[in-house]
Design a protein around this ligand. Structure first.
Ligand SMILES: [Zn+2]
Length: 179
């Protein structure tokens, strides 16, 4: 997630929306697509949890191919209950054994606080059930995410859990010491 830098209209040239553009791109993709005949189980047995940030191209950045991994993304790449749900299914039903956590520099969650929930409540008259999961120190948040994975009672495989910060200006991953 990144702070909004430029407002952009959903409507592009003519009357087509951005979704129309994606659907048209899919028709071209499908025209050239050949069924790879893959199993749903990720080839590398790894699940990657990352921020939804638009500047992070996970497959390119990690040398991943189609079918290699499970990808779980949300605002911040934080380990919420729903991420634990996905990791539990990934490990117990689809054979993954390793977990890679990726936060990044310049994350929008560093600019928010839990006050965001209060402001939402003031605006819409209802407090969201979820935490914003805002953070000040990205490395500290990676450590917290690693701890949540390692201590989850639902995950049978927590030996290979590693956390990183992706630098959006250099493309490099920096590993975070779990201690
Ligand atoms: Zn982010």
């Amino acid at each position: 997630m990144t702070p909004s830098a430029r407002p952009s209209s959903a409507v592009l040239a003519g009357d087509s929306t951005v979704t129309d553009r994606l659907v048209a791109a899919n028709a071209r993709y499908a025209a050239a697509f050949a069924d790879p005949g893959m199993d749903a189980r990720p080839v590398l047995g790894v699940a990657v949890v990352a921020c939804m940030d638009a500047r992070l191209d996970l497959h390119a950045a990690l040398g991943l191919e189609l079918g290699d991994c499970h990808t779980v993304r949300n605002a911040g790449g934080v380990v919420t209950d729903d991420v634990i749900r996905s990791l539990t299914i990934s490990q117990r039903a689809l054979g993954t054994r390793s977990v890679v956590l990726i936060h990044h520099t310049g994350c929008g969650l560093e600019t928010l606080t839990e006050e965001f929930r209060h402001e939402l409540e003031m605006e819409v008259g209802q407090r969201p059930a979820w935490a914003v999961e805002a953070f000040r120190d990205v490395e500290q948040d990676v450590r917290q995410s690693m701890r949540r994975v390692r201590t989850s009672p639902f995950l049978p495989y927590t030996d290979d859990v590693r956390g990183f910060v992706f630098d959006v200006t250099t493309g490099l991953l920096r590993e975070v010491d779990p201690a």
